[in-house]
Ligand binder design. Structure first.
Ligand code: AOF
Ligand code: ZN
Length: 360
């Protein structure tokens, strides 16, 4: 059983983890509080992004010799591997820590095993203490790491009649300024922002975080997917953020390539053909949909045909939340698992509907 002071320390560990502005990847948000042998808080530490010390090491550095015989309270199971930094399990052992209280077991196959290593070294272990609360700090990271592919959030801004641009392809300022700020804050949490070549050609978006605080992890990776040529003058190719151009129509390949780069959270920003490919492939986890109080009557829809023929094949959302943002409505939900009978022939690839509707 964790003691009362350990539970207070665990809450504080979550606070210090959450206070560091990081994207959802490649590494999790982690906090650590160290109590001395008498149960008094002597140090705290938080992880500040891949390549910097893990939370445990940051806290041990502050605690120094006073950590001997003390307790480390951590939001994530201490790692047991040498990645960009050394194993926290060994650092805790070296520091003479007598007890480790942690929340979420590490879902990372390579990094996990810390609890066992600590137990083998004779350290008293208390695991899964308020584990759900700590997992919530890194919901997308946890899902991505345990599933072995990035978490995908599909963001849409449409009119009331579900259109994302007018017939002449103009789409700027469908949603209001508050929604745009909200989108930038969402981008700041993502490791990569993905668009199709059609969107680059139609909108020339920059796809950077500008209207929200930039995380320590920096600008998200910009990813352009599709077979069409984009001009070298495209804003997505400027030097304000890294950009990856993937000349493919296979969205499974895109997701696998991003996973290989340790991207944990992908924001899919459009347009209709790419969204259809992701939906058809079952690759979308969350949807964030801004609906602007405006009717266009003509123009491309938010999503192209992805092979549904009857109502039961539609993609449904659960855990739905609706909020007003300025004059817009924001609808957020999680894609529900679909029946297996959904058309699988379109899985993973899509065709550009050039001609019959503006390709985006
Ligand atoms: C962190 N910060 O405070 C803890 C982590 O590549 P590395 O060496 O940075 O290792 C990253 C992995 O280490 C990460 O995926 C997670 O499984 C584990 N623990 N990571 O970034 C921390 N405690
Ligand atoms: Zn570690």
């Amino acid at each position: 059983m964790p003691s009362a002071s350990e539970l207070v320390a665990m809450r504080r560990a979550r606070e210090v983890a959450a206070a560091v502005l990081l994207a959802d990847g490649p590494n999790p948000r982690v906090g650590c509080v160290i109590l001395d042998a008498a149960g008094t808080v002597i140090a705290e530490g938080a992880h500040r992004g891949a390549g910097t010390p893990h939370a445990e090491v940051a806290a041990l550095l502050v605690a120094g010799d006073a950590a001997r015989g003390g307790t480390a309270v951590v939001t994530l199971e201490p790692c047991n591997h040498t990645g960009r930094t050394g194993p926290c399990s060994e650092a805790l052992i070296r520091a003479g820590i007598a007890r480790v209280v942690f929340a979420q077991p590490d879902p990372h196959a390579v990094a996990s095993g810390g609890a066992q290593r600590l137990r083998d070294a004779g350290i008293d272990i208390e695991s899964e203490v308020e584990s759900d609360e700590s997992r919530a700090l890194n919901r997308e990271w946890s899902t991505a790491v345990s599933r072995g592919r990035p978490f995908v959030t599909w963001k849409v801004a449409s009119t009331l009649d579900g259109r994302v641009a007018a017939a002449d392809s103009t789409s700027r300022w469908i949603s209001g300024p508050d929604s745009r700020r909200d989108v930038h804050a969402l981008r700041a949490r993502c490791d990569a922002v993905v668009v199709g070549t059609g969107t680059v050609l139609a909108d020339d978006p920059q796809l950077t975080v500008r209207d929200a605080p930039l995380p320590l992890t920096g600008q998200p990776l910009r990813v352009v997917v599709g077979l069409r040529d984009i001009p070298t003058s495209a804003r997505v190719l400027d030097d304000s953020a890294p950009t990856m151009v993937m000349r493919t129509r296979d969205v499974d390949e895109v997701i696998a390539a991003l996973g290989d780069r340790e991207v944990r959270h992908v924001m899919l920003e459009g347009g209709p053909t790419l969204a259809a490919a992701f939906l058809g492939a079952g690759l979308i986890d969350d949807v964030v949909w801004y609906v602007a109080p405006m009717v266009l009557g003509a123009g491309p829809p938010a999503v192209a045909d992805f092979g549904t023929t009857t109502i039961a094949e539609g993609v449904r959302l659960g855990e739905v939340r609706v909020e007003q943002i300025g004059d817009d409505a924001r609808i957020v939900g999680q894609v529900q698992q679909r029946e297996a009978h959904v058309h699988r022939d379109r899985r993973g690839t899509w065709t550009d509907h050039r001609g019959d509707e503006p390709a985006r």
